[in-house]
Design a protein around this ligand. Sequence first.
Ligand code: PGA
Length: 254
Amino acid sequence: MDKERKLLIAGNWKMNKTVAEALDLVQGLRRELANIKEVDIVVCPPFTALHEVSRAILDSNIRLGAQTMSEHGFGAYTGEITAGMLKEFSVRYVILGHSERRQYQKESSALIAKKALAAHAASLKPIVCVGETLQEREAGQTETVVGAQVRESLAGLNRSQMEETIIAYEPVWAIGTGRTATTEQAQSVHAFIRKELTNLFEEAVARRVRILYGGSVKPSNARELMTQADVDGALVGGASLEIRSFADIVKNSI
Ligand code: PGA
């Protein structure tokens, strides 16, 4: 598939996998995906597996991401982890503002914007998540909600930081539910997000930003989603926990 932007497919392992399980998974992916050059492949294990996974993917085409980080550089923030600490494990990407963190940890878009700036300061590429709930979609508020999340979560980024930022559109009603947005629903919101980026930055910047789709992505729907003009990859939860399904999503996307 010939796309304007290089596809990026990231596995969000969430709160799953012991170190031993993480190693099994990543070693299998390394074997299965060794020849893939067309897609940027990223795995995001829990913090506790970062060290071992980073060693297991040395000299491979798999890159490492984390699932969240602190907006602060150091100090008395019990339980938190800084961008600099992630860098020690060769982490390159960090998911920010996942809907589960927005919901359970009450993360606001303003906080996510601070985290995105802190990530860039450490040369980590943020994957900033946005998405509407089912109630918001049914009330016809998708663009209002997603537009506000995009504006507020990216506040303060300059153009070059924006170009190094990835956006993940994840409709909350499609996460872990088996209910995927139709390709048309995904494309329509992705195009809307790119239009917002044009307004906020400029067209040349908006054209370079990768916008991933997330929410029940599986081997059977990956290809169709990736054929959409503004869908530049996927953020995969459940189906990233097994070698076969994640490897097939990557292969089917090309
Ligand atoms: P899912 O999760 O693929 O299990 O729906 C996606 C995500 O939350 O990133």
